[in-house]
Write a protein that binds this ligand. Structure first.
Ligand code: NAD
Length: 413
């Protein structure tokens, strides 16, 4: 099943509970605008290279559209469409005054030099600068992009439109970025994992965690949970799975990642090195946190997953068939549109600060983030209990209701 079909399935599960008509479903689900552009750069060796870039703007009824910029070889229109729609429901679940968008370039950034990535980013901005802006569509980092890419993006956009750092979030702190943005998604995942585990009556020090993906989100979630006394028994990145039944030495693991030229775990000697797919099948884990790609939990591997709790740090990691199998087995899934909303929440704080030319302290960012995440968690938990539905369906119900209400108030339906 393709990514957008999966989103449509989850959307419909919630829309059934809300008794929404077919025509309104179509209106809410289909994106406002989709664009595809050619992005051409000159490689360092002098040859030309062409890539395809996408931006999907899903819905703006609750405010300017917000969503990441992904550089990955699997980026295509269908994936961008699914992720843009997830952003609409996500910003609504945490009640930010935003709509949803997403985009990126179909490219493996590991194959490009830093200078080539800069040229690629600037060439992409040349193609899409007219449709993004602080009041229309505000990009942010996602897989394969970081604060440096955000800086290049802003600089190129300002060449056309003048000074306005609020055009993009996830910028470096010294260049109008927000303190705490980089850790935000991982911190939000950690905060809600802790809350969920407590609610389920499990003890942190006996709750073994396995994390797929040790990039921005995975590594920050691991750090936060380690500080909360959770044993992190396994993590993985593109170089394999690193496992230690007693719990990994997190500070050592983080130092290793920092010292590696590409931020990888390759060569880490404090753990058993297992194949990439071993993480999902581990006997020894209670909580699985997918924090890499989408579509990694399917009907093919759902039965092998021993965890009783899944916290979706990645976007769209579980397909509908797997979701059904896991729900039937009583596995608790904290859905992506709630679990990883910490990133967009602090992006919102960054945008607010940029517009006010004012800076918040790290303490204030963390406090407001924790407050937003906790409130959204309580809303979803209550909705799930009230309607006897999964946390995913409950989160979609809240997101869809808020977008539906705004659509009706605007007179659009
Ligand atoms: P990243 O590029 O910083 O890290 C991705 C990590 O996944 C890397 O460690 C990479 O080696 C690893 N990886 C890639 N393929 C893998 C595989 N097959 N098995 C195991 N590991 C693999 O990306 P990120 O920003 O941490 O984003 C991760 C996920 O979180 C994505 O799904 C993204 O959409 C989602 N997300 C990110 C943010 C954010 O603020 N960065 C916010 C919300 C959601």
């Amino acid at each position: 099943m393709k990514a957008f079909e999966a989103t449509r399935y989850f959307f419909n599960e919630a829309a059934d509970q809300l008794d929404i008509s077919e025509e309104l479903r179509e209106l809410l689900l289909m994106p406002d605008r989709e664009i595809q552009v050619q992005v051409t750069i000159r490689r360092d060796d002098g040859k030309l290279a062409n890539f395809v870039g996408f931006r999907v703007q899903h819905d703006h009824v609750r405010g300017p559209m917000k969503g990441g910029l992904r550089y990955h070889q699997e980026v295509d229109l269908d994936e961008s469409r699914a992720l843009a729609s997830l952003m609409t429901w996500k910003t609504a679940v945490v009640n930010l005054p935003y709509g949803g968008a997403k985009g990126g370039i179909g490219v493996d950034p590991a194959q490009l030099s830093k200078n080539e990535i800069e040229r690629l980013t600037r060439a992409f901005v040349d193609q899409i600068h007219d449709i993004v802006g602080p009041d229309t569509d505000i990009p942010a980092p996602d897989m394969g992009t970081d604060h440096q890419v955000m800086s290049w993006f802003r600089n190129q956009w300002e060449k056309y439109h003048g000074f306005n750092p609020a055009v993009i979030t996830g910028k470096p702190v010294e260049e109008y970025g927000a303190k705490g943005r980089e850790e935000a998604t991982g911190r939000g995942v950690g905060t809600l994992t802790q809350k969920l585990i407590k609610r389920l009556g499990m003890a942190p020090e006996k709750t073994r965690i396995a994390i797929q993906g040790f990039g921005n989100v995975g590594s920050h979630a691991a750090k936060f949970l380690h500080e909360g006394q959770f044993p992190i028994v396994a993590v993985s990145d593109i170089t394999g799975t690193y496992f230690n039944e007693e719990g990994l030495n997190l500070p050592k693991l983080l130092r290793h990642k920092l010292a590696h030229p590409k931020g990888l775990l390759e060569g880490f000697d404090g753990a058993e090195h297992l194949p990439l797919d071993a993480l999902m099948k581990l006997e020894h884990m209670d909580v699985l946190i997918p924090a890499a790609l989408g579509g990694v939990i399917t009907e093919k591997n759902a039965d092998a997953i021993k965890a009783t709790v899944i916290v979706e740090a990645a976007n769209g990691p579980t397909n509908p068939a797997a979701d059904k199998i896991l729900n039937e087995r009583g596995v608790t899934i904290l859905p992506d549109i709630l679990a990883n909303a910490g990133g967009v929440t602090v992006s919102y704080f960054e945008w607010v600060q940029n517009r006010q030319h004012y800076r918040w302290s790290l303490d204030r960012v963390r406090q407001e983030l924790d407050h937003t995440m906790n409130e959204a968690f309580e809303d979803v938990w209550q909705m799930s209990a009230q309607h006897d539905v999964s946390l995913r369906t409950a989160a979609y119900m809240i997101g869809i209701s808020r977008v539906k209400r705004a659509t009706e108030l605007a007179g659009n339906a």
